[in-house]
Design a protein around this ligand. Sequence first.
Ligand code: 76R
Length: 255
Amino acid sequence: MAKPPRTEEGWYALHDFRTVDWDAWRAAPEREREAAVEEGVAYLEEHERVVDAEEGASAVFSVLGHKADLMIVHFRPTLDALSAAERRFESTALAEFTDQPTSYVSVTEVSDYVSDSYFDDGEEETDEGIRRYIEGKLKPDIPDTEYVSFYPMSRKREAEQNWYTLEYEERSDLLSAHGEIGREYAGKIKQVIASSVGLDDYEWGVTLFGGDPADIKDIVYEMRFDEASAEYGEFGPFYVGRRFPPTDLSAYLDG
Ligand code: 76R
């Protein structure tokens, strides 16, 4: 058996997609719409302030295209906290106007590939810079940049291309070449990679944040030519959205 990497898990992630029933929204009496906006804004503000848990991060995005209208992203220390956040949304008057076409559950992870010294020497012994880098991956903040892209992906398990039968060294080399491309986008793209093995339909959820949607397109495209993705990447549906402050909910719904 090829050696699995050691991993450490951080915050759990829920990508909660919602469609709005626009006909019902337009047909609803004004006071119902007002109550929905008021409760929706309160829900989003409280979750962005993380009043429901010790730590975490949340944000809301408007999603382009037919797949969804809203994406609410929550990072929390436990799966239970995510479940509570999801159910709490259902109790708002806004939820009466929404459906959940899809969702994604995952957990942030760092592995040996990122830093074997962290796993060999333990947290205390690890270089301060690396420790902060790892902490940032396990407990990601959500940047203020405007655009987001989310997609699930897996590594192939096919007869000729099987990531899971490659030797550890080979996987590690492929991912460090992958990381070199990634670092060219420093300052332009922030990525959150969270494992969904055993939790959802693909193996990772990828969330890319950036100020320019062209950078999102470029990083994904460039990585397609890199062996880790070209040979072993398998992708699910893509969702692209724009962050908005909770107080703009009314403008989004009525705009
Ligand atoms: O040695 C190193 O520097 C590698 C560090 C690293 C790892 C281990 C790294 C860096 N990634 C790693 C693992 Mn990544 N990443 C993606 C995508 O669309 C695509 O083709 C892929 C989607 C992007 C855009 C991205 C960006 N990465 C992984 C894994 C887990 C693999 C496994 O365990 O088998 C996946 C699925 C994945 C996918 N990666 C980086 C980036 C960027 C921007 C970096 C460099 C910046 C940074 O390290 O934070």
